[in-house]
Write a protein that binds this ligand. Sequence first.
Ligand SMILES: [Zn+2]
Length: 312
Amino acid sequence: MTSVVRPYPGSRWSRSLRSAIAVGVLLVSSAWAQDRPSGMRLRTLQPGVHLISGYANGNMLVVETDSGLVLVDAQSAKRVEAADTVLRTVTQARVRYVVFTHYHEDHTGGMVHWRKSGAQAVAHRAVPAQMEKDTIIVEMGNWHRERAIPEAFPDHTFEDSVTIRSAGVEAHLYHVAAAHTDGDVVVWFPGENVLHVGDLIEPEGALFIDWWAGGTLDGIIAATEWLLARTDDATTIVPGHGRTIDRATVEYHHRMLIHLRDRVMASLSRSEPRDVLLAAKPAAEYEAFLGGETGADRVIRLLHYGLSRRPR
Ligand SMILES: [Zn+2]
């Protein structure tokens, strides 16, 4: 098998905690990584647009408007007060809306905090059903998906797209496909040329598809193509975790997804044992983007798990 791939240009993001956690057949992604004390930090991307994040935690985007703040993702319940403390170093404005990119707790749990001061949450219509679930995912090392507490649930849901307008700032919310989960939302701020893509892309981390919540590889590929069609070289793209990226990195991500899908599917069509596939290190050339050798192996296990169960 031959392929032409540009070397990944990105710099490493600290992922040692994620890499260190190995459970069962598959390995957990940062959404479930055990937290530990660390500094929550704020970075101003442009006037009125800030990114708040902490070690191995999600990227909360803050956009200021004259009638309040629009947040993309709420942070986890555990980390939200630290995020709010950092936020208050740049603005005292109230939070009007919190958009959820998907149901995972590290993106939604903090809503309990924002709601206390009157914020409302907006999410795809599939999100409440996922937040309701109390299940144990054996294949993920007995990952216990606990039901979210009522105050974290969204106030508003939508099917395909919706626009939030707040004092001249527009946030366009799109559900492109069932991808990382069945309720993914990408959030586009056209006036600012900033796009939050949730966990569709995780630079320097292991790509995760929540097959147990309707996620699909084909959906992530479709969503990535959607991103490529709507961004330009100046667009600031905010992933759910890690550093901000540009369109060239989305292109790289897209090529990687196609290659990995094709390699896993070819192995399945030959009815190879999974160990043969893993031994061939089919994601070796992407290790720098996938969180090292451990992350690359994890992604192949995850893809093999999902694709081997897909109707063919
Ligand atoms: Zn996630």
